[in-house]
Design a protein around this ligand. Sequence first.
Ligand code: HEM
Length: 388
Amino acid sequence: MNVFPPISAYDPFADATMAEPASTYDFLHSMSPVDFFETYDPPFYTLSKYEDVLAALMDIETYSSEFGQGPRFTPPAGMLSNPPDHTFFRGLVQKAFTPKSIKALQPRIQQLADELLDKVDSQGGFCLHDDYAFPLPVTIIAEVLGVPDGDLHLFKRWSDASVEAMGSEDPTPWVADLTAMSAYIAGEIADRRNNPKDDLITRLVQVETDGKGLENEDILSIVNQLLVGGNETTTSLITNCVWRLLQNRELWQRLVEDPSLVNRAVEEGLRYDPPVLGLYRNTTCDVELRGQTIPEGSKVMLHYAAANRDPEVYDDPHTFSLDRPPSRHLGFGLGVHFCLGAELARMEARVALETLVRRAPDLELVNDGERIKPFFLWGRKTLPVRRG
Ligand code: HEM
């Protein structure tokens, strides 16, 4: 069980918070469950109690996704919108993420996990993020989309730029990379209109509902969301799980002895260390909550990670436990915006972890590496490990 030092105010940008966001959750739950953080542009509210986050996720009329799911006010695009537009886009993309199509990817995910470990096997140490947890999801989604293998290095660069830009107040340094990424995807879309292939971009180009197809910019926004929303997050899930298990050797050892616990480890990882700490909604009317008024037109962060450690819902919430009964954690959100890639991410994480405990049971941490930057995402940018 972690014991965090008491704090007197919630500052998402304070060094201590950035280093260990969970150090603020007890304060949020007991002292400031409807927190207002003024020193940001725009200022924002944070909801941290499980009950309140869940209620907000389900009440999309009041807590709208119009003006974006990020900390700033941005125009809605593709799936980052409200119904009915959202329902239309989500319906189309969901067709490509059926349980059957995800299951069909398992052999390839396994092959890739083995290949990545083969590459680092002869080295004493490696970076779990760069050499294993990052290339796995980016390669799979690039293959699903139909992006050529030779261009994968570009996706690493663009994915990094997207993550950095998301968390920065001034995204100017990354604009060139983000523009290059959009131009690249636009080129792929144009190519598929003339040369259809067996891939997701072609399906998005061809798909129609009630005679209505997708414009180039809609496809661009969807592909962008799959790349940006699905890559670093899955990488963080794998990296965070391995990090916590290696920090607590007893847990790692239990997995080595009983790999059937991998599923529980991944679910507990999603509860304990969700890669998306929280996302935003925009209030469409004044909201009265716990004696406070959140005015119409406010940004509100739904703090999934804090909700996942609410002591009213979870016993001993700050302990990473492999014995916890299954629960409805909020690591993938819930409701109409529930993560479309949840099953893919889960499968990738399970395969990655199971392969690692089987092939590298003596793995150990060199140190805790570095944190990724955006304050509402949570993962390691590097995680040095070595064989014991
Ligand atoms: C561990 C990995 C992942 C985490 C933690 C994660 C987290 C989330 C969360 C919290 C949401 C809800 C957004 C909201 O409530 O505003 C979401 C939505 C979404 N995720 Fe994921 N995600 C992951 C992996 C993926 C993958 C692999 C894909 C696809 C390849 C993906 C695609 C999406 C899409 C398209 C949405 C928007 C759904 C909608 O608005 O209807 N995610 N994700």
